[in-house]
Every structure is written in structure tokens, then in C-alpha cells.
Design a protein around this ligand. Structure first.
Ligand SMILES: C[S@@+](CC[C@H](N)C(=O)[O-])C[C@H]1O[C@@H](n2cnc3c(N)ncnc32)[C@H](O)[C@@H]1O
Length: 189
């Protein structure tokens, strides 16, 4: 009993410490947000590499792996408890196309990405804006829950039918043919 309490306390402390360090908790994307993010992925994503940056407990990563079985999903999470949780889930829900890495996504080269998904915070988006410009191949898709990239022109933004009308941004790297911002509310749920 004492051991269980001790482990619970250590896990809680670890989550708090990493949340303070990163400036964000491992709060998962809502079901509506996940649905929208998956819907916004281009159909051509088949067989490509999809990155989930800051994958938390793994909910979105597992859905991506399930819905795109021919793609390779690379989920990256640094906070130990959410990472271990998603690795444990892998034992029960085996997905050959899902790789979960414990590292900072800033240390991951993303040059093989076909798509990048994230749900982060403004500071990370600022830092990622430059990294993504430098590393992503042409036509790569970026989908971000809630927070926009800096100095990137989004190809579309949809607003969820939830309390805060959460925006989901989609960007296509170097795609000059895409229409400019489409700011409309889409109630498809
Ligand atoms: C709000 S959660 C999003 C979880 C998941 N992506 C989703 O949409 O359900 C953000 C996650 O990013 C992780 N994170 C923040 N900075 C990171 C970094 N530099 N490297 C890896 N993970 C990071 C946090 O630990 C947290 O679990």
C-alpha cells in the first residue's frame, strides 16, 4: 500500500515538474480535435512518415497509426510518465507502424516528414516555426491544435464546435497554390 502511494506521489511529482519545465501539461487533444486533425490530413499521406510532436499519453498517435496503417507514425514525448504510459499501451495495442521515442522533439530531424501534428503552446510554436521551415520537405503538412505557427501562412483553419471554438490550423510547406486563410466555422461533428 505504501509502495503504491509512493509511486503515485512520484508519478504526480514527475508530471508536475515536467509540466512546469515545458510550460504545458500532458493534456490530450479532445476527441473532436483528434477527429478534425485526422480529417485534415491529406489522402496522399499513405506510406509517409507522420510525426506527433509531444505525444503525451499517446491517444492521438495510436489513432493515427490505426487510421493510416501504411504510414509510419513517430510519436515523441519527453515527460517520463506519459511516455511510459504510452509504451505500456503499446504492449496491449500492438501497432507495427507506431514508434514512440522519449526525447525532445527539438532534437529530432524532421526532414523525412510527410506530416507533423502537434498540440503545444505559444513558446514551442515560436521555436518550432523556424525548425520546421529549415527541415520539412516541400508539400509537408503541419496540423496544430489551438496554436498557430509564427510567420507561416496557414492553408486553412477550422474552428471546432466546442465551448471555446478551438482552432485547428493546417499548413502546407511551400505550397503557393493553396488558398489563403479560410476562417469559417465548420460544424461537421
Ligand atoms: C498538450 S500535450 C498534447 C498531447 C498529444 N499530442 C495530444 O494532442 O493529445 C503536449 C505534450 O508535449 C510534451 N512536450 C512539450 N515539450 C516537449 C519537447 N520539447 N519534447 C517532447 N515532448 C514535449 C509535453 O510533455 C506534453 O505531454
Amino acid at each position: 500500500m505504501i509502495l503504491v502511494l509512493f509511486l503515485a506521489l512520484v508519478s504526480f511529482a514527475s508530471i508536475v515538474i515536467y509540466s512546469l519545465r515545458f510550460g504545458i501539461t500532458p493534456m490530450p487533444s479532445s476527441k473532436k480535435a483528434q477527429d478534425a486533425m485526422i480529417l485534415l490530413l491529406p489522402l496522399t499521406i499513405e506510406k509517409g512518415v507522420i510525426y506527433e510532436l509531444g505525444s503525451g499519453w499517446g491517444g492521438l498517435a495510436f489513432r493515427l497509426a490505426k487510421e493510416h496503417p501504411k504510414a509510419k507514425v513517430i510519436a515523441i514525448e519527453l515527460s517520463p510518465i506519459p511516455y511510459l504510459f504510452s509504451r505500456a499501451r503499446q504492449l496491449l495495442d500492438k501497432r507495427a507502424n507506431l514508434i514512440i521515442l522519449r526525447k525532445s522533439f527539438y532534437d529530432q530531424n524532421l526532414s523525412d516528414a510527410k506530416a507533423v501534428l502537434c498540440y503545444l503552446f505559444p513558446g514551442a510554436m515560436r521555436k518550432l516555426s523556424l525548425k520546421l521551415k529549415q527541415e520539412l520537405p516541400n508539400q509537408c503538412t503541419i496540423i496544430s491544435n489551438t496554436f498557430s505557427l509564427i510567420n507561416w501562412e496557414n492553408t486553412s483553419v477550422i474552428f471546432l464546435d466546442d465551448l471555446s471554438a478551438t482552432p485547428i490550423y493546417k499548413y502546407t510547406n511551400n505550397d503557393r497554390l493553396c488558398p489563403k486563410v479560410v476562417a469559417k466555422r465548420v460544424d461537421f461533428f
